[in-house]
Design a protein around this ligand. Structure first.
Ligand SMILES: [Fe+2]
Length: 495
């Protein structure tokens, strides 16, 4: 059974192909159209998907008519009465016909659980908005998934966070990660005001419909304080939910996972991209082990909807599922560039499926010394307050970082952790002394692992700065031509 999964007409269109339980390919439309957060599919991504066909079944990640009902109730009549926003219409130009539509949150939940190493888990999905549901909690055992509880539109933790994203001058449903970075610079001065005016901590109900934004709520105040306040409130809401969800684990039960005996949670939806909150949640210690798919937002649901349709575990091996640039990982040449110029691009192997560059489409740099952050920022031209992430050999991570409780490895940059090794790598430290860590081992990415091993041999440092390889305003590079354009524009070698 060869299945094509699709999500489109939202903020990050994507496609995935699964054959029985093998994930053959998965990619973001933006990487082919070069339009960041592209809502639409394009001929180039469809053509690459078709090389993995023909397909026995085509599955779509949500139910468009249910979504239209919700839009109707919200008064979004422009959306309701046009047919062009139906996926069946959009896909006509590519000759693709959808066989099955899956509920939005079922796609998130199935994508979380059926890619996990667990055979028994609580599954929690939190996002801004799909059809009606904005948060769901499930119990999963073996192949079975049972929904235990849900929250419905207009009440939504994700929508609340997105409203603050917009209030702080950023793009909602896209730039939440920037708001998260800003939060470390502020004080949660408006935490109480948020509970008083906007959301009930106990019921999660919004006191105002925030789908149309917050307007000029708290005019004139420091956006860093607003960011810190909403981050704090989000963490508190999620903590309460995590604690509550443990009530569904049968007393005394210790489920068995690949990592040993533990109580497991699978966590999905766009809110699971908040790596600051993820660290706070794990530090609670209520779950021993957590699986977050590296692409937990809607793009990952192109894979999730296939899992929901199949109702069985997929063989999760790697997030490197996209376009392939053939050739060996150029370890020696990368080391040479890093030694001589302190910075190098790498575009090798299959592209990452997810928002983070994990070593195959990365701009890498020597993290030591005070000047490297400015040098990389000259190319990235992004807000100075935003930190760069470190990639570190998995065996060294606990010597350099205080990882959140129960987090043994972090191959997908899903948690922040405090740096505990002095002041030797300032380029990868946020102002609060934390980093969004990526651990690398031989199985996850043999080439990148070898690079870090060689780098440590030469310098004694097991860390490289790892940021996404992209031209300003464009998505992460996908193919050789993109890599060449990057090289020419910034005069930085890409290997
Ligand atoms: Fe979603």
């Amino acid at each position: 059974m060869r299945i094509l999964g699709i999500n489109c007409l939202n903020h990050d269109a994507a496609m995935a192909v699964v054959n029985d339980r093998d994930i053959l390919w998965a990619a973001h439309a933006e990487r082919y159209s070069k339009i960041k957060n592209d809502h639409y599919l394009n001929q180039a991504i469809v053509d690459e998907a078709l090389t993995y066909g023909p397909f026995d079944r085509v599955v779509y990640y949500e139910k468009p008519w249910n979504k239209k009902q919700r839009q109707f109730s919200a008064g979004q009549y422009d959306e309701v009465f046009q047919l062009g926003n139906l996926p069946s219409q959009h896909l006509k130009q590519f000759g693709i016909k959808i066989d099955e539509y899956v509920d939005h949150h079922h796609s998130h939940a199935a994508g979380s659980y059926y890619t996990s190493p667990f055979s028994d888990a609580i599954v929690m999905c939190v996002d801004a908005i799909g059809e009606w549901e904005t948060m769901t909690v499930w119990r999963a055992r073996g192949k079975r998934m049972e929904k235990l509880n849900s929250l419905r539109y207009p009440h939504s933790i994700g929508l609340l966070y997105s409203a603050f994203t917009q209030r702080c001058g950023l793009k909602p449903c896209e730039e939440e990660y920037i708001l998260m970075g800003m939060s470390a610079y502020g004080k949660p001065r408006y935490r109480d005001a948020i509970y008083r005016e906007l959301i009930d901590l106990r019921t999660y109900k919004l006191k105002r419909n925030l789908h149309r934004g917050l307007g000029d709520w708290m005019p004139g105040v420091d956006p860093m304080d607003l960011a810190a306040s909403i981050q704090k409130v989000t963490e508190e809401l999620l903590l309460r939910l995590w604690n509550w969800s443990t009530g569904f684990i049968p007393r005394g039960q210790r489920a068995v996972s690949r990592y040993g005996t533990s109580r497991n949670i699978c966590y999905g939806g766009g809110v699971a991209l908040n790596c600051v909150a993820n660290a706070v949640l794990m530090n609670q210690g209520v779950y021993d082990d957590c699986w977050i798919m590296p692409n937990p937002g809607d793009a990952g649901s192109s894979l999730g909807c296939i899992a929901a349709s199949q109702q069985k575990h997929l063989k999760w091996r790697t997030p490197f599922l996209g376009h392939n640039i053939e050739g060996e990982y150029p370890v020696d040449a990368l080391i040479k560039e890093l030694t001589e110029n302190k910075m190098v691009g790498v575009a090798s192997g299959r592209a990452e499926f997810g928002p983070r560059a994990l070593g195959n489409r990365s701009l890498l740099a020597d993290p030591r010394g005070p000047e490297i952050k400015d040098t990389v920022n000259r190319i990235k031209r992004r807000q100075e307050f935003r930190p760069f992430a470190p990639a570190i050999l998995e065996e060294d991570v606990h010597e350099y970082f205080a990882m959140p409780k129960g987090v043994k490895r972090a191959p997908y940059m899903q948690y922040t952790a405090a740096y505990t090794h002095g002041n030797d790598c300032p380029a990868i430290l946020h102002c609060d002394g934390t980093s969004r860590v990526q651990t690398v081992n031989k199985t996850d990415n043999p080439g990148f692992y070898e690079l870090l091993t060689q780098w440590k041999k030469r310098t004694g440092c097991p860390i490289l700065l790892n940021t996404s390889l992209n031209i300003k305003g464009e998505p992460i590079v996908n193919d050789k031509a993109d890599a060449k354009r990057f090289e020419t524009k910034y005069n930085v070698r890409v290997l």
